[in-house]
Design a protein around this ligand. Sequence first.
Ligand code: OOG
Ligand code: NI
Length: 459
Amino acid sequence: MTSSQFVSPDEIRTRFSQAMSDMYRQEVPQYGTLLELVADVNAEVLAADPSLKAQLGQAGELERLDLERHGAIRLGTPEELSTIRRVFGVMGMSPVGYYDLSVAGVPVHSTAFRPVTDKALAINPFRVFTSLLRLELIDDPALRAEAAAILAKRRIFTEQAIALTDKFEREGGLNSADADAFVAQALETFRWHNAATVDAQTYHRLHQAHRLIADVVCFKGPHINHLTPRTLDIDTAQVEMPKRGIAAKEVVEGPPRRDCPILLRQTSFKALVETIAFQGAADGTPGTHTARFGEIEQRGVALTQAGRALYDRLLAQVRDVGQAGNAGQDYEGRLASVFKEFPDDHTALRQQGLAYYRYQATDAGVAAAGPALAGESLDSLIAQGHVLAHPIVYEDFLPVSAAGIFQSNLGGTEQKSYTANAAKAVFEQALGSQVLDEIGLYEAAERRSIELVRTQLQG
Ligand code: OOG
Ligand code: NI
């Protein structure tokens, strides 16, 4: 096989994310309603704001908008995590970032598999927030051992999915027919199974230890638990949800509404109560399980270390008022007022080193290229119209928001807390590789764009 017959990992990822979306739409019809809602809101926003449309067009953001979505899965064992890393590798996705959710009472730690190069992100930024259950956080040793034994028996990947992953790694790619087979086989891992692999008693014991433990341990595989399209106006989408019969979560997670969106804002609809069958239920009595939901997100500019520190400090300030978390009175009002401290125009964000930008030479800049431009500062080049600065989109997740999403979708309000610390090294050992540092990726993207601009303008 010559490499010219291989389809690119970007193409495999695009086929996979489309197949996953089609499957989830079948499984959870409300997700289809959500996709329609987001498409309507995005079309309205673009029609009403031609300058935003032009800006997104110039930044190459428009093409990927309708394709864009993220999903989430929860795995049970280190082997499952390291194998999923290889499977996502076939689709050009790498583990980025480490998220410790135990501090928020969820016994998992996580990473996000996603494309990392500018080109791959522009083609299709499909991401999967992937969590690993931390069995060591189950207090009862007998229950912990029982959960481990159940997990040790299951096989969440089909043999063919593994064989095609091996082939990809061995030969350096897959041809189109293999890629299609791979997509179909990989999809099986994410499918919903309405039969639990355990009896009702076991399910309830695990469920009592933590709802999430039952969700991970009692099923044949790590069903995709949500898929999230990207909207350009999450506040309108939030208002629109109940109008279309979708019960939205009370508050939007993340920063407040701003003129210059930063990081990530998210809202979701409550998980469905689904009927499941238990093993050995002689009388056939079914049970119910709540895990699968829908979510919408709006993405803004990626923040530097300093910007992120400011974001974290302000968010903590809002959430700490009377220990209210995000449940307290007038959360939105408090959020907006505290975040007044965060500059809300791109020039200020850029000049104060709070956010990352991708610089681009304009036609006028290229026409004027020469030694005179070489010594000019970026600010001055921008002021003269020789360079544009496009916000670099935040491609990752936020731990406090993720915890809020988890909690609102586990079907309960319990907030157990764990004394565990972040265990990044343990996670990376299970993963079989290190996770990439997200801020380093944004910084490198900015730096590359500056180098290119400098080369183009020196004439
Ligand atoms: C993952 C929740 C985190 C997000 O968008 O922050 C997440 C889960 O519920 O498994 O998807
Ligand atoms: Ni999500």
